[in-house]
Design a protein around this ligand. Structure first.
Ligand code: FES
Length: 149
């Protein structure tokens, strides 16, 4: 049997704000029980699920994707090494994509810091008339799209 932890304990141990823990719970990513006082109590394995959520968010998974992955784990108790191994197999390509994105961002920032040219030929910040918006949300030229010539 696992000890029951307060939301403050879980927050301190996981480094995740109590408000975020309540949000995760609303989204069905983690579960709690109610003490006689009505306060939330978590079982120890929730810390591993929260670590999973934090890591998955850092590599770019959406909360819906994270929820789908967590649904493959046992709802109570600690996931086994085999469970984690199965989940992490799908992550290699996501991590590679994230690394490539960060490399592009690094290159873009490195080129532009102290430059200020906003050259239409080579600057990833230059976006006259917001033409990049036609390609979708976000900083399109930094994300990978090539600016029109
Ligand atoms: S500001 Fe000069 S390359 Fe971006």
């Amino acid at each position: 049997m696992f000890p029951l932890l307060t939301i403050g304990h879980v927050s301190r141990r996981s480094g995740v704000a109590a408000s975020a823990l309540r949000f995760y719970e609303e989204r069905g990513l983690i579960r709690s029980e109610r003490a006689g006082s009505g306060h939330r109590r978590y079982r120890q394995p929730v810390l591993r699920r929260i670590a999973f959520i934090v890591f998955a968010q850092r590599i770019g998974l959406t909360l819906d994707e994270i929820g789908a992955e967590l649904a493959k784990l046992p709802p109570e108790g600690a996931p086994s090494g085999r469970d984690w191994s199965r989940l992490s197999k799908n992550w290699t390509s996501r991590i590679d994509e994230r690394i490539a994105e960060l490399e592009r961002l690094k290159l873009g920032v490195t080129e532009c810091i102290g430059c200020g040219c906003l050259s239409l030929e080579r600057c990833k910040l230059a976006n006259p008339g917001d033409r990049a918006a036609r390609r979708g949300p976000g900083p399109r030229y930094w994300m990978a799209d090539r600016p029109p010539r």
